[in-house]
Design a protein around this ligand. Structure first.
Ligand SMILES: [Zn+2]
Ligand SMILES: [Zn+2]
Length: 176
């Protein structure tokens, strides 16, 4: 047989083998990918290690495939937090979460927007929106009453009638 023809044939066989190898490995990757997708699709919390054991690839490879498929990053440790609103222990979705529910968050945000005042008339402590108090301060109102009733008592004592009450409406019971 011609020597160059033989070399040519050997080269062709080598190339064919390479092609077969690439085909097999790419097909294998494809099936791993599909299987990871299938498993995580059914059970997103399934551990990468158990998937790796099942498919017969490395845990790192499972992680890479999961990332490529857009599955959320795994937290390596689980941190239990105390809700800043109600104080119960809960499992936060991510590190930034401080409240166990949106109603706890809204409750705290509402409280933060309030200030504690003491009524000059009945001496009880009560909450009033901070923006109202700031507004009253800019208007120069210095006295604090918890309610229209207490304001009425004050006006009654100082002016002997309740006729001024209507004029002070809108002052949110803080009269000068
Ligand atoms: Zn809470
Ligand atoms: Zn009062």
């Amino acid at each position: 047989m011609n020597k160059t023809l033989l070399m040519d044939l050997i080269e062709k066989v080598r190339k064919f083998r390479e092609e077969v190898d690439t085909f097999i490995s790419s097909n294998k990757n494809k099936t791993s990918r599909q299987r990871v997708k299938e498993i995580l699709g059914k059970d997103p919390l399934r551990s990468y290690q158990s998937i790796a054991d099942q498919i017969g690839i490395s845990r790192e490879r499972v992680r890479q495939i999961a990332m490529a498929l857009g599955f959320p990053k795994r937290n390596t440790r689980i941190v239990i937090k105390k809700c800043l609103g109600c104080g119960i222990d809960f499992l936060p979705r991510n590190n930034g979460v401080k409240y166990h529910s949106s109603s706890c968050f809204q409750h705290v945000r509402h409280l933060k927007s309030m200030v504690v005042l003491t009524c000059e008339e009945c001496d009880i402590k009560f909450l009033r929106r901070a923006c109202v108090v700031r507004w009253a301060e800019t208007k120069g109102y210095k006295h604090v009453r918890c309610s229209r009733t207490c304001q009425g008592k004050f006006i009654g004592k100082n002016h002997g009638s309740r006729t001024n009450l209507s004029k002070s409406r809108g002052k949110q019971y803080i009269t000068s």
